[in-house]
Ligand binder design. Sequence first.
Ligand SMILES: Cc1ncc(COP(=O)(O)O)c(C=O)c1O
Length: 351
Amino acid sequence: MVKANAYGHGDIEIALRLEAEGVEHLGVGLIEEGILLRQAGVHCKILVYGTFEMDGADAILKYQLTPVISLWEQAHALEKAAEAPVDVHVKFDTGMNRLGFRLDQVSPLLEYFSKSKILRLKGILTHLHTGEDAHDPQGSSQQQLRLFSEVEKKFSPFHPVVHALNSAALLSLSRKRSIKFGARPGLAIYGVSPFAEDFQLKPVMSLRSQIVRYHKIQAGESVSYSAAWRAQRDSLIGVVPIGYADGYHRLLSNRAQVLVAGQKVPQVGNVCMDYIMIDVTGVPHLHSDSGPEEVTLLGHDGSGQWITARELAEQAQTIPWEILTSVGERVPRVTEGLSYVHRKQAHEVHL
Ligand SMILES: Cc1ncc(COP(=O)(O)O)c(C=O)c1O
């Protein structure tokens, strides 16, 4: 899954890299995300998981995207727009109650696909709501997968690609070495585990900035808006130009730590839109006239120390997925020496 800007990592770079590694199917949420990848030279199959209407069907055909159909309206829109056969995947709702055909639509869909000259059924899928319990025979995932197996049997004459597992289900089942369904991992391919156990995954993203200004303050002085933090001792405060507009959640205020010169130091005061402040009093080589110093807000700084997405998620009362996908558009992505500022076309802001 490379939706949401490849979970904040930069979808073009990640998609091109995955394709170079031999990946044959990529997944996006929006047609616009798929178009961006096609325009960047991605050739493999790009599955679009979101819903669409007539103009979406036209764009899907134009950019040779593979629609995931969850509604009859989508099938009809494609039939109307297409002049040549179109490959589609069909999604079934086995309990998530988000997208997908309900199971009473299996028979009409079988009939439809056996007759359609335009839509070719290439894949079937479902989505698990609690993939974490996939190893448990009594758990909700196995219940969903049992329902989905029935669907799979009925569609077997079409020889579809069959996929159901997210990262949690994939990792959970890997413990039992019993993976019978295709997977659509997102979080795990970015090296982040959905569990407290890391499964020896190595996080792909590090988020780094630098200290651009130092303040020597006295005990009792406050830092940032609303004076929500006061120094207990004379302190050296570093100003770092990244804030909640860049995805560094305001809920991290006075909770998170960052890495400076291999040392964990606290973020202090309320997170601002464009800035955070950090307490670098304990970093021996820094003083009020020091030059820019690298700050790692997520990931590693090469010293062996890590700030994990899980720890930031706990501090910000959210989940690792949101920590990664929150990293803002204006944060330049740097990929193995190649630096670029990601341009996004997927959303419009109407004023
Ligand atoms: C339909 C679908 N499949 C797969 C995934 C990947 O999930 P994860 O990142 O938990 O592996 C998602 C993510 O939200 C999804 O919506």
